[in-house]
Design a protein around this ligand. Structure first.
Ligand SMILES: Cc1cc2nc3c(=O)[nH]c(=O)nc-3n(C[C@H](O)[C@H](O)[C@H](O)COP(=O)(O)OP(=O)(O)OC[C@H]3O[C@@H](n4cnc5c(N)ncnc54)[C@H](O)[C@@H]3O)c2cc1C
Length: 444
């Protein structure tokens, strides 16, 4: 039986990127990470299969506008890093169009290019010199920012596919940081084929040379272990308030601690916590998220393509994005071979969640072969992985629900940091920033 009677213990729930960053920054012998899996890393784990390294939690690249968070990640990797320039396309009606779509207008047939440009110009004029309507949903924002051409040809089908929700039912709180805001000049240049780039803070990106994205968290874990105890295989199922602090349990072992910093999904936290009022449980049940299925593909071909990743808005393919990790680093596939990773979102109980592994793999490989992305016979390895919590979905009740849960947790004194604990659409950099801000403000 594992037990801790040390009431100075600061329990960090979850050993993903956020938990490990917290441990690194706290640099305290009192910190203790409790992680349910045998390995730390959460969404940032990697696997080695038949000589291929895959990131089954989805394709992860390192980029950021936040210099401090970017430096933190680069420092953790040291020399084990590659710098790449993004070469990303959208597979649109069988043609490759430069990403972001609005920067690739000249790759479209002339009439479609014209429709997109005209729609953009009208929306631009309306937005800047007209009624200046404030969009009330993600879908309204698309029309207002990009006009009907770009919205209906790409943004709407793609976003409906990844979010598994009508963008008219999604709020806007996440859009500012995540969606591109192109300038008029760039769109006109793109339409004329003069070349322009969008989403420029991601144009250059880093990736570990060896070990996949988990190399980043492995390095943090190694540093954290010098001070912090990490308990793997500890799935938190109960959290009780005591006179001196908290009692955290996995059903057989008990840990006493003074403070709790949770990085685990709000669902797990609320359901483990004793004495939670009904309205809080009802609220957590209303939170919407998407799960992820990844199909890892080992390809017996030396230079499959030069793409970073490919967006697929077409509903005939289950995957919305296929990445090519062997173009991030030549150490993640055996010499003379290439790799691809398809991402598919689903919701518990929807038709995709009921498909067998074989049906999903067939759909993806068949579609990629039909569209000449991968040649028939070259795929020598496939495996599928499922991840329950992948995307926070910002539906129209998102803000209201999250505020209720945050207010309640604040009353309990439990701190929440990270993607599924704060229930925010955070990338790795924002998780790190959130951990940095938390530690700098925390008065222990
Ligand atoms: C498809 C996809 C692609 C992405 N691509 C990028 C990218 O290119 N660049 C980027 O910067 N970010 C990317 N991200 C985001 C990035 O993965 C996350 O921001 C980050 O990994 C979140 O870390 P976290 O520690 O907050 O959460 P998690 O990684 O979810 O970690 C939570 C940890 O808690 C543990 N846990 C859960 N429940 C319990 C329990 N009951 N008891 C004990 N432990 C528990 C889990 O096992 C896990 O280890 C991507 C995400 C997805 C889904």
């Amino acid at each position: 039986m594992l037990s801790s009677e040390d009431n100075d213990t600061i329990a960090i729930l979850g050993g993903g990127l956020t938990g490990l960053t917290l441990a690194d920054l706290l640099n305290s012998k009192d910190a203790l990470i409790l992680e349910k899996e045998d390995e730390c890393g959460g969404l940032c784990r990697s696997v080695l299969k038949n000589g291929y390294t895959f990131d089954p939690g989805g394709s992860h690249i390192i980029f950021s506008k936040d210099i401090g968070a970017l430096e933190f990640m680069k420092n953790a990797l040291g020399d084990n890093v590659c710098l790449r320039r993004r070469n990303t396309k959208i597979l649109y009606n069988g043609k490759l169009v430069k990403y972001p779509f609005e920067n690739g207008l000249s790759d479209l047939p002339k009439l479609e290019n014209f429709e997109c440009l005209l729609g953009f110009l009208k929306a631009y004029i309306e937005h800047n010199y007209g009624a200046q309507l404030t969009p009330d949903s993600f879908k309204a924002w698309m029309y207002c920012t990009f006009g009907p051409g770009i919205t209906e040809k790409y943004l709407l089908p793609y976003n409906t596919k990844i979010w598994k929700l009508d963008p008219g039912q999604m709020d806007l709180s996440w859009v500012d940081d995540r969606a591109p805001h192109p300038s008029l000049q760039d769109i006109i240049k793109a339409s004329l084929g003069l070349g322009s780039e969008g989403y420029v803070h991601q144009l250059q990106f880093y990736y570990p040379r060896e070990g996949g994205i988990q190399a980043l968290v492995r390095s943090l874990e190694k540093k954290a272990r010098r001070q912090t105890k990490i308990v793997n295989g500890f799935k938190i199922t109960s959290i009780k308030k005591t006179n001196a602090g908290w009692l955290v349990s996995d059903g057989s072992d008990n840990i006493r601690c003074r403070e709790i910093i949770s990085t685990i999904p709000l669902f797990d936290l609320i359901y483990a916590l004793e004495g939670v009022p009904g309205y809080v449980k009802d609220t957590v049940d209303c939170l919407r998220y998407n799960s992820l299925i990844t199909v890892m593909m080992g390809i017996d071909s030396p230079d499959l393509n030069d793409l970073s990743w490919l967006y697929i808005p077409d509903g005939a393919c289950l995957s919305h994005r296929v990445s090519f990790p062997s173009n991030y680093s030549d150490k993640v596939a055996p010499s003379g071979k290439s790799s691809a990773l398809a991402e598919i979102t689903c919701r518990e109980g929807d038709h995709i969640s009921y498909l067998t592994d074989e049906e999903i793999i067939q759909n993806i490989t068949g579609y990629l072969q039909k569209n000449k992305i991968i040649s028939k016979g070259d795929i020598e390895y496939t495996e599928l992985k499922r991840t329950k919590y992948a995307y926070v979905v910002n539906d129209l009740n998102y803000k209201k629900n999250v505020n209720i849960l945050r207010d309640y947790l604040k009353m309990t004194g439990i701190h929440i940091v990270g993607r599924f604990s704060e229930w925010e659409y955070y990338n790795m950099d924002t998780c790190i920033r959130s951990a940095m801000d938390f530690v700098s403000k925390w008065d222990v």
